[in-house]
Write a protein that binds this ligand. Structure first.
Ligand code: SF4
Ligand code: SF4
Length: 542
């Protein structure tokens, strides 16, 4: 594979960088890649994959060093400190939010495209299922909800070969709505140290802002840096910790010191008094621990994961490309909203299915552990310049979730489809980012950019704070970087397959595929108003 890449790297095709030259050469390379001599292709994910997606022994990016350790989700909340601690002359978080809310209201009233009331409420409605899912409770319960056990049905638990067991689970996951499914080895290093203290649900606007922060796509999915199961150390920063219901102590303090929400939140003085008392107490963070127990446990002090849970079902949920192409607007945010709610639905359904087969299961969305390294180990995609998973099929336009289980299954392997080499020359996401939050470095490194990054692994690290500031300014959760990626395509057109196949063996350091992608006009914002009339949603949503 490497020899083939070197050979093609030398070809004048890429040096020419012209559309015609590139198009003419695609055919021959396409034939080469899809020919019989290209080697074995990756077979996991519940999908039949083309031959240009190769299974490899370890991830293509995510090398670790001795600095790597389990990430403290609490570090993540450094982002929530008043903005003035990060930026000279900036106001408080509350002032920034009030300013953003004022802008949003004005844009809604003047019917700015993408900011109308239906645009905004599409996202609010889409979050409904996710908002009812809390780590260890409700849809994400760590114990059986309603499924009948094999004993109750008068039968034995399901057993088959590891390959059959994996196929059964993957097929069920895809039936429930997963786009990609793989099985990774359990790795305790990928787990957060704590489930942070959770604030009660609020009904006023600050709550909406807090939820939006917590759903931050870059924080949720970023910094997954991966390592293979063979490695002894792992990496990852805190992106994944921002479960919608998790709040850090700093955020909690900020909310309770703000006077603008008390009336709507606390109808009586007694309730307000109780809440003030609670604010004065230290937050009740819960440790995540592994113990030799038979069943998962959630106690007042800790979340306990049985050591016998050695299998991780990693799942990617495709996001709606048409909505994503309307970013940065609240209408575009609806793609994220549905991705989360769909994730909660899929993992809760799959956990009940696995329990019904006679095994234990823990369903998680962003909570409890980093999703990206498990997704990389399971062969769903590669870590990218975005510091986010990019899949061959859906690009970075996926939400990730997972189910931990003691059901024995055959493991999948990481994949290589040439992405890391492609990212070195592409940089389209970094150029498209309005806040310059993404790295322009040619090579990934160990150099982190803030407390939201977990040190000790190699990656293209992002400045999540710049990203967050742009969210406030734009009144949206952005996602322009995701929409701009050449791998984010909503169809399986041959030209895209040919380009991706060619990229898998020919790292386009001179940017020829960027030229092609730009020439086709991909990654540009679509007219938000047309979504309601000209691009109606299909029945299959992400
Ligand atoms: S484009 Fe930039 S500002 Fe927007 S979500 Fe991506 S990293 Fe954040
Ligand atoms: S836009 Fe280009 S550089 Fe960024 S993640 Fe996608 S392929 Fe990599």
């Amino acid at each position: 594979m490497e020899e083939l890449r070197k050979h093609i790297r030398r070809r004048s095709l890429l040096k020419a960088g012209g559309f015609v030259a590139a198009s003419g050469a695609l055919g021959s390379i396409w034939a080469l890649v899809t020919g019989t001599g290209a080697g074995a292709s990756a077979s996991g994910t519940g999908l039949k994959r083309p031959r240009w997606i190769k299974a490899v022994s370890r991830p293509t990016l995510g090398e670790t060093n001795a600095d790597y350790k389990r990430f403290s989700g609490l570090d993540m909340f450094a982002l929530y400190r008043p903005l003035k601690t990060h930026r000279e002359g900036a106001g408080s978080v509350e002032a920034e939010q009030a300013s953003k809310n004022k802008r949003l209201t004005a844009w809604t009233n003047e019917k700015k495209p993408g900011f109308s009331l239906p645009d905004r409420q599409l996202s609010e409605g889409g979050f409904t299922v996710m908002h009812s899912a809390k780590p260890g409770a409700g849809l994400l319960s760590w114990s059986r909800i309603s499924v009948h056990t094999p004993e109750e049905l008068g039968t034995q638990r399901y057993t088959a070969s590891p390959e059959e067991m994996a196929n059964t689970v993957k097929t069920a996951a895809r039936f429930y709505g997963a786009g990609l499914v793989g099985v990774a080895r359990m790795n305790e290093a990928y787990f957060n140290l704590q489930v942070p203290h959770r604030e009660p649900q609020r009904k006023d606007q600050p709550q909406k802002d807090a939820q939006q922060r917590d759903q931050h796509p870059i924080l949720q999915n970023h910094d997954g840096g991966h390592r293979s199961a063979e490695h002894s150390m792992a990496q990852h920063s805190g992106g994944e910790h921002h479960d919608a219901e998790h709040r850090g102590s700093e955020h909690s303090t900020a909310q309770h010191s703000s006077g603008d929400h008390h009336d709507s939140e606390h109808p009586s003085g007694g309730e307000q008094g109780k809440d003030q008392q609670k604010a004065a107490q230290p937050p009740q963070d819960k440790d995540i621990v592994f113990e030799d127990v038979d069943v998962p446990e959630v106690t007042d002090a800790k979340f306990v994961i049985p050591r016998k849970m050695k299998w991780v079902v990693a799942i990617a949920i495709p996001m709606d490309i048409e909505l994503l192409s309307r970013t940065p607007t609240p209408l575009g945010d609806a793609a994220t909203a549905m991705g989360y709610s769909h994730s909660a639905f899929v993992v809760s359904s799959l956990a009940e299915f696995i329990r019904g087969l006679g095994y234990e299961a823990i369903p998680c969305v962003n909570d409890t552990a980093q999703s990206i390294p498990f997704a990389v180990d399971a062969g769903l995609g590669e870590l990218s310049r975005l510091n986010k998973l990019v899949t061959p099929e859906f690009g970075p336009a996926v939400r990730l979730c997972k189910v931990f289980t003691d059901m024995p299954m055959a493991y999948d392997r990481p994949i290589d489809f040439g992405l890391v080499e492609f990212c070195k020359g592409c940089k389209k996401c970094a150029e498209a980012c309005p806040s310059r939050a993404l790295s322009f470095d040619d090579e990934p490194s160990f150099k982190t950019r803030g407390p939201w990054n977990n040190p000790g692994h190699k990656a293209w690290f992002e400045d999540s704070y710049k990203c967050y500031e742009y969210w406030q300014k734009s009144g949206s959760s952005c996602g322009v970087c995701i929409a701009s990626c050449p791998y984010t395509k909503g169809d399986q057109a041959l030209i895209h397959e040919a380009v991706k196949a060619t990229a898998s063996i020919a790292p386009p350091a001179d940017g020829v595929f960027r030229v092609l992608d730009d020439a086709f006009g991909y990654g540009k914002q679509h007219n938000p108003e047309q979504w309601w009339t000209k691009d109606p949603p299909s029945s299959r949503r992400g």
